[in-house]
Structure formats: structure tokens, C-alpha cells
Design a protein around this ligand. Structure first.
Ligand code: AP5
Length: 220
């Protein structure tokens, strides 16, 4: 299945995508992670994206679409993919349809993780990420066993520069203006399933797996 995760910054897309990808045995493709990796490696793509990410703005559509198109052409994506953070604009959603159609595929399911804005800010403020495997933690809601150290790979945990309070708020505003219209875009196409993102991490995952099973039955 080709699954899109939709939700505001801090809604839990990355946290849930990791688990869902493991459950379904398909890759988790997160545009934010791809940009941060390019940035870490100092590639032209990373340098181009940096100013936008630092300000909490979206990287231009053409750049983002080209990056995703290249990633989706890789063989590990053939059985299906979980897209986290893409599409984020209607133009990206239309491009995704075109790219998938080129491989004889389509978007099968869109899981929209709904979380109230005040909860989003609480989550972003306490978030820690592993530098090596991108594992996601939270000081209160999902603490690592040892502070500052990833449970999975032992990597160093850090706080994202775009999680600074002023940038967080701007990212939520950008989401409301540019990405939230995708909720209706996908609802009108009968692809959207809404998930209550304010349950515990395990409960959200269980709701998502139920939605995937319903989606698989519909596809058959
Ligand atoms: P990106 O990295 O995609 O950031 P985002 O969408 O802002 O999403 P986040 O990673 O902040 O949140 P999340 O929903 O994954 O939440 P998480 O699971 O970490 O994008 C960064 C930047 O890259 C953008 O601003 C833009 O510049 C650029 N970019 C990326 N994609 C682009 C695109 N398509 N087009 C243009 N530009 C693009 O969870 C958050 C915290 O909450 C964690 O600490 C977690 O432990 C905790 N948590 C999770 N679930 C729960 C729960 N149920 N209960 C309690 N705590 C929870």
C-alpha cells in the first residue's frame, strides 16, 4: 500500500510512521529526514533547503517533488511506502499522483492524525531526536532509558533547531495555511481516515493499524 500520513508539526507522524513501517514491512519516507540528512552531508540540496527549514517555511515545491520522485524510484519502495511530511501542498499532492501513476500505482490511504494546536507545542518543546537513527523521544511522554542516549542505537539525542518556540509557532501557521487544505482534498477522493492523535502512542498506533486493515479490505 502507498500510505500518506497527514498531520501538523508534532502530531506524531514520525513516531507512528516508524512503527507502522516495521509492522507493514515497507519503507518510511520522511521528507524532513531527507532534507536534514542532505544538510548534514552538506550537499547542494541541503544548502538550498536550510534557510527554509530554519525559518519554518516550506522548501519550494519543485525541489521537494524532485527529491521525492528520486526516492520513490528506488527498488525498496516498490511494495509500497509510508510518506511522512509529503505531500504538504496541493501542488505536491498532484505531483505525487503523477509520480505514482508513472509506476502504475496510486495513493491508497491517507491517515490524518488530528491533535489540538496547544498540545502540538507541548510535544515539540520536549522532543529529542537521535542523530544517528532519527529515533524520536519526548522528555515526558516517551523518555529514553538514559537521558541524551538513544535506546535503539546508543546515538546522541539532540533538539531540532526548528523546534525553537518562535519557529514552532510559525510551522503550525504554515501548516494551517498550506497543508490543512489537503484534508479536504483527500476526503473528497474518499481516501482520508481520521485518527485521534491525542491518545497514547500505542493507542494511536493501534487505531492506525485498524485503519490500514480497513483500507486493505477496501482495496481488495
Ligand atoms: P518535518 O521534519 O516533516 O517536520 P514536521 O512536519 O514539522 O513534523 P515533525 O517532525 O515536527 O512532527 P511529527 O508529526 O513527525 O511528530 P513526532 O513524531 O516527532 O519538516 C521539517 C521542515 O522540513 C519543514 O518545516 C520544511 O521546512 C521542510 N519540509 C519537510 N517536508 C516538506 C515538504 N513536503 N515540502 C516542503 N518543505 C518540507 O512527535 C513529536 C513529539 O511528540 C515527540 O517528542 C514524540 O515523542 C511526542 N509524541 C508523539 N506522539 C505522541 C502521543 N500520542 N502522545 C504524547 N506524545 C507524543
Amino acid at each position: 500500500m502507498n500510505i500518506v500520513l497527514l498531520g501538523a508539526p508534532g502530531a506524531g507522524k514520525g513516531t507512528q510512521a516508524e512503527r507502522l513501517a516495521e509492522y507493514l514491512g515497507i519503507p518510511h519516507v520522511a521528507t524532513g529526514d531527507l532534507f536534514r540528512e542532505a544538510l548534514r552531508q552538506g550537499t547542494p540540496l541541503g544548502r538550498q533547503a536550510q534557510a527554509y527549514i530554519d525559518r519554518g517555511e516550506l522548501v519550494p515545491d519543485q525541489v521537494t517533488i524532485a527529491m521525492v520522485e528520486e526516492r520513490l524510484a528506488q527498488p525498496d519502495c516498490e511494495p509500497g511506502v509510508i510518506l511522512d511530511g509529503f505531500p504538504r501542498t496541493v501542488e505536491q499532492a498532484r505531483a505525487l499522483d503523477r509520480v505514482l501513476a508513472g509506476h502504475g500505482r496510486k495513493v491508497d490511504l491517507v491517515l490524518f492524525i488530528r491533535v489540538r494546536p496547544e498540545e502540538l507545542l507541548r510535544r515539540l518543546s520536549g522532543r529529542w531526536i537521535c542523530r544517528d537513527c532519527q529515533g524520536v523521544y519526548h522528555t515526558l511522554f516517551n523518555p529514553p532509558k538514559q537521558p541524551g542516549v538513544c535506546d535503539v542505537c546508543g546515538g546522541e539525542l539532540y533538539q531540532r533547531p526548528d523546534d525553537r518556540p518562535e519557529v514552532q509557532r510559525h510551522r503550525v501557521d504554515v501548516y494551517l495555511a498550506q497543508t490543512a487544505p489537503l484534508i479536504e482534498f483527500y476526503r473528497e477522493r474518499g481516501l482520508l481516515q481520521e485518527i485521534d492523535g491525542e491518545q497514547s502512542i500505542d493507542e494511536v498506533q493501534a487505531s492506525m493499524r485498524e485503519a490500514v486493515i480497513r483500507g486493505q479490505k477496501k482495496k481488495e
